[in-house]
Design a protein around this ligand. Sequence first.
Ligand SMILES: [Zn+2]
Length: 366
Amino acid sequence: MNIMPTGNYYCMKPLARFLLLPILLLAINTQAAVVLLYHHVSNSTPKSTSISPAAFEAQMDYLAEHDFAVVPLLELTEKLRKGEPLPDKTVAISFDDSYVSVYESAYPRLKKRGWPFTFFVNTDSVGTGKVFVSWEQLREMAKQGVTIANHTSQHNHLPRRKKDESLVQWRVRIAAEINQAQAKIEQEIGTAPMIMAYPFGEYDVDVQQLAKKLGYVAFGQQSGALYEQADLQSVPRFPFGGSFSELDDFIMKVNTKPMPIKTVSFYSDKNTKQKNLTVKAGDKPWLVLTLDDTSLLKKINCFATGQGAITTEVIDNTLWAQAKQPLKPGRTRYNCTAYAGEKGRFFWYTQQWLVTDKNGEWTYAD
Ligand SMILES: [Zn+2]
């Protein structure tokens, strides 16, 4: 579907024009809300997970100067749960990992602007050593409207099973890590919303099913705008920090729109569907997206972590995307984007893969 009415539209007979108008308006009004993710806001913490206070301030200035609404993450979460339309030019801000720089650097800046944010805390780390916040500091922020939410108790890689651990045993262990964090936040803060962020942004189908069963809306660290049909247990967020601190990159991302995808599936080769998101080193999995808008399909470009552009093929209303190089152990993302018909705005969908070594062992650290 074209975003803007074309010359053909005005050449149509009035009745046809009348019938088509709502469809065009729907397309023009494609709404997009975006969730931002930060870790440290500091010049003295590890570069890869930090944004400088100056760069953070510049990003917040951009939002203020361009009339973005900054809303609580819970407000967007409720809309997602109810399947209500999302507002455009809307941003929710989140932080992961309980770092004290959020209290020292981000909180005063956001408080001054009167902007809400959500702090996902791994509860076992709170109050331990100089780098982490204390419960006292979290209570102070919560009183000012900051949402304190679940990032599990221990910050483990959730999809990883221990040696000889059955699926049932794994479920019990991971559910405990989620429930313990929730109970601790409730006890210390007085309230704990039913949202969580996966440590390292890592999830697979089993993790999603468990989070769903426990009643959580769950956030990853894969890029993309929110969309109404989004899976509630793999909600995207745009991570910033490290090499992703430049204002130009930020501007492009806060203006993205959700790729209007109908279905997502995974294939290990063209004839073999695979259920989960875990692959082995050397694999080159296919990401398969179906879209109603077949004209958009041909405009989509996909990229893989560390590989640049990857193979894309369009078959009927389906896009097949595959890495050109075999995947290496670690997190790999396929990012698929297309021009959204409005200056500076792109449709965006990211799929994350978790890659073990050749033997199926988890060998990457963080
Ligand atoms: Zn984390």
